[in-house]
Design a protein around this ligand. Structure first.
Ligand SMILES: *Cc1c(COP(=O)(O)O)cnc(C)c1O
Length: 430
């Protein structure tokens, strides 16, 4: 397998783009080697510019639940493009997508669209602070909520990969209102509430996907809800990744815990840049132009992105059982890989939520970021390189989540497991 064209493209991109990429994790830094430059996607497959083909378990980091070039999404986008790219004025398409989103989430009466998950979370935090009239927020170590200043603290994922939990360029003054708690540890949240009477909101990924896949324990989320209620603090579920991935109707539908605000992204745009935040009417009424909390965007709700999102969510609505099919497939993939690892004496922790999957080369169960960091990064890098050479494209960091799409067949799952067997064997015999 030659990757000469990618190597060359990467050399050139580094001359004009910092690190050669427009989002750091894409650079393959934590696994070594050169990132593959992609020429096209088709269903479950990615093709690189050397002509190699891979089964894609990254899917643009989550959005493509129907795989690449889904016919109905593609048709909707082309149709929208032919009417104009953007108007900066209301369109019916926005209301249609909003209606659809509201229909999926019990906790959401109204929703506002933005152009990224980062924007959605940043705006949701402002809304929570404005609604409560308080400044402090609580976030969990290892949860990622986009790259805005106040949230770039112990932020998992790309940040974790590079060992920069917080970044230069973020003034200390901007993060002094961000209190940190440990995931799945309610005592650490109680400590935050003991330390501050000024907490506007607690934000959490109810199914954490940016320190590897670590779902929150149900009891933990119930306790968290109680603590928030007792302190008049809003609870924000950041479902930018898990929304329409962990479950069709949000983490609230599988945990029984209702958040005050939900943030969405990734799948909601069907592959186009869309983010959203929604809440009950009373909270959303605080937003400009109805209320005093300002938030805006030139390309927010633009018609092409709305069309893609509407096509994707309509398809999910019409195939409500799709999530259980994907979940079964993901479970087979992970248990198959785990078995293959065990045969070579490698211990693998696995987890699946809907179409999301995660694994750690770790002797012990992983419940929080500290546990995740004890995983074998070197083994992960070898596994990643081996699978890539076999034609299987996994996320290039152990702190990322994997995704199954409707285009990923049972046969591909079995092929992946067979390849994993060979890779584990080669690693052991090396
Ligand atoms: C991806 C992600 C974000 C940021 O979304 P962008 O579209 O990359 O800005 C925020 N929160 C979570 C949970 C995410 O997974």
């Amino acid at each position: 397998m030659s990757t000469n064209a990618s190597i060359k493209a990467f050399q050139e991109s580094q001359e004009f783009i910092p690190g050669g990429v427009n989002s750091p994790v894409r650079a393959f830094k934590s696994v070594g080697g050169t990132p593959l430059f992609i020429s096209e996607g088709e269903g479950a497959y990615l093709k690189d510019i050397d002509g190699n083909k891979y089964v894609d378990f990254v899917q643009s980091w989550g959005p493509l639940i129907f795989g690449h070039r889904d016919e109905s999404i593609e048709a909707a986008v082309i149709e929208a493009v032919q009417h104009g790219l953007s108007f900066g004025a209301p369109t019916v398409a926005e209301t249609e997508l909003a209606k659809l989103v509201v229909s999926f989430f019990d906790s959401i009466d109204k929703v506002r669209f933005v152009s990224s998950g980062t924007e959605a979370v940043m705006s949701a935090i402002r809304l929570a602070r404005g609604f409560r009239g308080r400044d402090d927020i609580v976030k969990f170590i290892g949860c990622y909520h986009g790259h805005s200043d106040a949230l770039l603290v112990e932020a998992g994922s790309g940040a974790a990969t590079f060992g920069n939990p917080s970044s230069p360029g973020v003034p200390e003054d901007f993060t002094k209102h961000t209190l940190l708690a440990e995931y799945n540890n309610i005592e650490s949240v109680k400590k935050c509430f003991a330390d501050s009477k000024n907490i506007a909101c607690v934000i959490i990924e109810p199914i954490a996907g940016n320190m590897g896949l670590i779902p929150a324990d149900k009891e933990f989320l119930h306790e968290l809800r109680k603590l928030c209620d007792a302190n008049d603090t809003l609870l924000i579920f950041d479902e930018v990744m898990s929304g329409f991935r962990g479950s069709i109707n949000g983490a609230e539908s599988i945990t029984g815990v209702t958040p005050d605000i939900v943030t969405l992204g990734k799948v909601i745009g069907g592959g186009m840049p869309v983010g959203a935040f929604g809440a009950r009417a009373e909270i959303m009424a605080q937003l400009s132009p109805n209320g005093p909390v300002y938030q805006a965007g030139t390309l927010s709700g633009n018609p092409v992105a709305m069309a893609a999102g509407y096509a994707a969510l309509t398809k999910l609505k019409q195939n409500a059982r799709v999530m259980s099919v994907l979940e079964a497939r993901a479970k087979r993939l992970l248990s198959g890989m785990q078995e293959a690892a065990e045969k070579e004496g490698i211990v693998m922790q696995i987890d699946v939520r809907g179409s999301m999957f995660g694994f750690f080369f770790n002797e012990n169960p992983v419940k929080n970021f500290a546990d995740a960091t004890k995983s074998d990064a070197e083994l992960f890098a070898k596994f990643h390189a081996g699978m890539l050479a076999e034609g299987f494209y996994f996320a290039c960091s152990l702190y990322e989540t994997g995704f199954i799409s409707t285009a990923t067949t049972d046969e591909m799952v079995e092929q992946t497991i067979d390849a994993a067997s060979r890779v584990f064997k080669a690693i052991k015999n090396a």
